[in-house]
Design a protein around this ligand. Structure first.
Ligand code: NAI
Ligand code: MG
Length: 326
C-alpha cells in the first residue's frame, strides 16, 4: 500500500459518515490500506476505556487518521488522539457552497490555529480561595511553526494571509506571536495583514470575502473559526485537520448528533471533505480536487440530506459524490 490510513469512526453518526468518506477514498483508487480502530462511548462501556492503547498505536503507526466523532467521552478521546499525531496546527476551512443557504454566501476562509499553547497550555491555579489565575504560554518556536504552516497553506491554495492578535494589550505574548509572523513573512517576501482579533470578529461577520487564511493563536482560532462556521450554513459541511510534523488526523467539526444517529440521514459532506484534506496532506492533490468538485456538484444539484432541506440518505449523497468523481 502507498499509505496506511487509520480509521476511527467513534460513536453516533461518526459510524455513518466515516464509512462514507472511506468509500470515496476507495473509489479514487490510491493504494491505501485502511486499519479500523475503536474509540468513544461504546468502547468505554464495553472495556472501561474510551481510548484503547491499540487505537493509539494504530494512529501513531499510520500515515494519517480519519476520525468520526466521539460522544460524552469526546474530550478523553480526541485530545489524546490529536496529541498522538503530534498535531500543532488545527486547520478549519469555512466555505459557503452554491446550493446551500448561508448567512454569507461569499465566505471562503481557512483558519490556521496554533494548537499547542496559548491559554490552552493548561496552566491554571487557584492561588487563594476565590482567586484563580491562568498562565498563557507563547513560544517563538511554536509561533514561527504555525506562521510557516499558514503561509505554506495560503501559497498552495491561493489565499491572502491575515494574522489575528491582540498585541496592543497582551504585549509580550501576542507581541511575540506577531513578531514571529512578521519575521516569517519577511524571510519569504510574503504579504500579510494584521488584525486585532476583536475587530476581526466583526469584519469576518460583515465582509468575510475580504479574508482568506487567518493565522491565529489558540483561543482566537477556536472562537473565530466557530464564528465563521456560522456564516456558511451547517455543521454537516465543515471539515478539519490536525497536522503534526509527520502525522495528521482529519475529522468533521461536528459531533455524534444523537438526535439523528442511526437513521442513516447524517450529512456525509464534512467527513468527505475531511478525506479530501487527508488526500491533499498526502500529496494526492488531483484526487483532492476531484473530491471537492464532486461535493460541490452534489451540493448544487442534490441529492441533499435533511439538514440541508433535502430528503436524501447518507448513502444517496455518498453514491452521488462517488458517481461524480470523474
Ligand atoms: P453535534 O455536532 O453532534 O450536533 C449538533 C446539531 O447538528 C444536531 O442537531 C445534529 O443533528 C446536527 N448535525 C451535526 N452533524 C451533522 C451532520 N453531519 N448531518 C446532519 N446534521 C448534523 O453537537 P452536540 O449535539 O453538541 O454534541 C453531541 C455529542 O457529540 C456530544 O456527546 C458531544 O460530546 C459530542 N461531540 C464530539 C465531537 C468530536 O468528537 N470531535 C465534537 C462535538 C461534539
Ligand atoms: Mg471549539
Amino acid at each position: 500500500a502507498d499509505a496506511r490510513i487509520a480509521v476511527v469512526p467513534g460513536d453516533g453518526i461518526g459510524r455513518e459518515v466515516t464509512p462514507a468518506a472511506v468509500r470515496v477514498l476507495d473509489a479514487l483508487a490510491p493504494d491505501f490500506a485502511f486499519v479500523e480502530a475503536d474509540a468513544g462511548d461504546a468502547v468505554l462501556e464495553a472495556t472501561g476505556d474510551p481510548l484503547p492503547e491499540e487505537t493509539v498505536e494504530t494512529v501513531e503507526g499510520a500515515d494519517a487518521t480519519l476520525f468520526g466523532a466521539a460522544g460524552e467521552s469526546a474530550a478523553d478521546v480526541i485530545l489524546p488522539l490529536r496529541a498522538a499525531v503530534g498535531s500543532y496546527a488545527n486547520v478549519r476551512p469555512a466555505r459557503a457552497y452554491p446550493g446551500v443557504d448561508a448567512l454569507r454566501p461569499e465566505t471562503d476562509l481557512v483558519f490556521v490555529r496554533e494548537n499547542t499553547e496559548g491559554v490552552y497550555a493548561g496552566i491554571e491555579s487557584e492561588i487563594a480561595p476565590g482567586v484563580t489565575t491562568l498562565t498563557r504560554v507563547v513560544t517563538e518556536a511554536a509561533s514561527r511553526r504555525i506562521a510557516e504552516f499558514g503561509f505554506d497553506y495560503a501559497e498552495r491554495h491561493g489565499y491572502d494571509v491575515t494574522v489575528a492578535h491582540k498585541a496592543n494589550v497582551m504585549r509580550t505574548t501576542d507581541g511575540q506571536f506577531l513578531d514571529a509572523v512578521r519575521a516569517v513573512a519577511d524571510e519569504r517576501g510574503a504579504d500579510h495583514e494584521e488584525a486585532l482579533m476583536d475587530a476581526l470578529a466583526m469584519h469576518l461577520a460583515l465582509s468575510p470575502e475580504a479574508y482568506g487564511v487567518v493565522v491565529c493563536p489558540n483561543l482566537a482560532g477556536d472562537v473565530l473559526s466557530d464564528l465563521a462556521a456560522g456564516l456558511v450554513g451547517g455543521l454537516g459541511l465543515l471539515p478539519s485537520a490536525n497536522v503534526g510534523s509527520d502525522n495528521a488526523l482529519f475529522e468533521p467539526v461536528h459531533g455524534t448528533a444523537p438526535d439523528i444517529a442511526g437513521e442513516g440521514v447524517a450529512n456525509p459532506v464534512a467527513a468527505i471533505l475531511s478525506a479530501a484534506m487527508l488526500l491533499e496532506h498526502l500529496d494526492y492533490d488531483d484526487e483532492a480536487t476531484r473530491v471537492r468538485a464532486a461535493v460541490e456538484g452534489v451540493l448544487e444539484d442534490g441529492p441533499r440530506t435533511p439538514d440541508l432541506g433535502g430528503d436524501a440518505t447518507t448513502e444517496d449523497v455518498t453514491t452521488a459524490v462517488v458517481d461524480r468523481l470523474d
